[in-house]
Design a binder for this molecule. Structure first.
Ligand SMILES: Cc1cc2nc3c(=O)[nH]c(=O)nc-3n(C[C@H](O)[C@H](O)[C@H](O)COP(=O)(O)O)c2cc1C
Length: 192
């Protein structure tokens, strides 16, 4: 048995990348506002390691406001083809500027321009308004690299709990619950 959850996550994630038809890196991200009201949406996992799980987003939208008020989140992967889920809970910090810059630079130019045009903090009146904002960004950065907008960047969820759920025959599903314990992890099995 893997004795740390990151090794097990790597193994399951590698299998999911092979078997899912698309977006094996898609995960639900749950946040809560200052009053404890929850909200959830999908984001894409763009980096992970023993320091946590990283996604990128507009830092002016609802999830960003929630995380500013309450820097804790839960993540959920559901890999249907494997009949598995992974639940992650932890504290949230901003990814470093260097990390966000590097990831932004790796995106397509259209995505980069879209980040400048996006405004997740309030509804735009129409698709045309958004397209006009994309055109304005195109004109602004013509002939040069598109820099990362300051309102766009990464967040890292550093887990204190990770639970792996595996479908088993006859509904005897297996759950492996890893809980952070000092520098290491404590593991328990839960049924079903
Ligand atoms: C499969 C999938 C992946 C998504 N990935 C991201 C992502 O990585 N970053 C992001 O900001 N929004 C992503 N979205 C859009 C979000 O779900 C959400 O609509 C948007 O970020 C606004 O969320 P908020 O209002 O809670 O801030 C994704 C949506 C789907 C369906």
């Amino acid at each position: 048995m893997a004795d740390d959850p990151f090794t097990l996550f790597d193994a399951w994630y590698a299998e999911a990348r092979e078997s899912e038809i698309n977006d094996s890196n898609a995960m639900a991200l749950a946040t809560a506002d200052a009053a404890g009201r929850p909200s959830v949406r999908m984001v894409l996992l763009k980096g992970h390691g023993s320091d946590g799980f990283v996604f990128y987003t507009n830092r002016e939208g609802r999830k960003a406001a929630d995380l500013a008020a309450n820097p804790h989140a839960a993540l959920l992967f559901h890999w249907k083809s494997l009949r598995r889920q992974v639940r992650i809970e932890g504290a949230v910090t901003l990814a470093t500027d260097a990390e966000s810059d590097a990831y932004f630079a790796s995106r397509s130019r259209d995505s980069q321009l879209g980040a400048w045009a996006s405004d997740q903090s309030r509804p735009l009146d129409s698709r045309e308004t958004f397209e006009a904002r994309v055109d304005a960004a195109k004109a602004q950065f013509e002939g040069r690299d598109v820099p990362r907008p300051l309102h766009w960047g990464g967040y890292r969820v550093t887990p204190h709990v990770i639970e792996f759920w595996q479908d088993r025959a006859h509904r005897l599903h297996e759950r492996r619950l890893f809980t952070r314990d000092g520098d290491g992890w404590r593991e328990g099995l839960l049924f079903p």
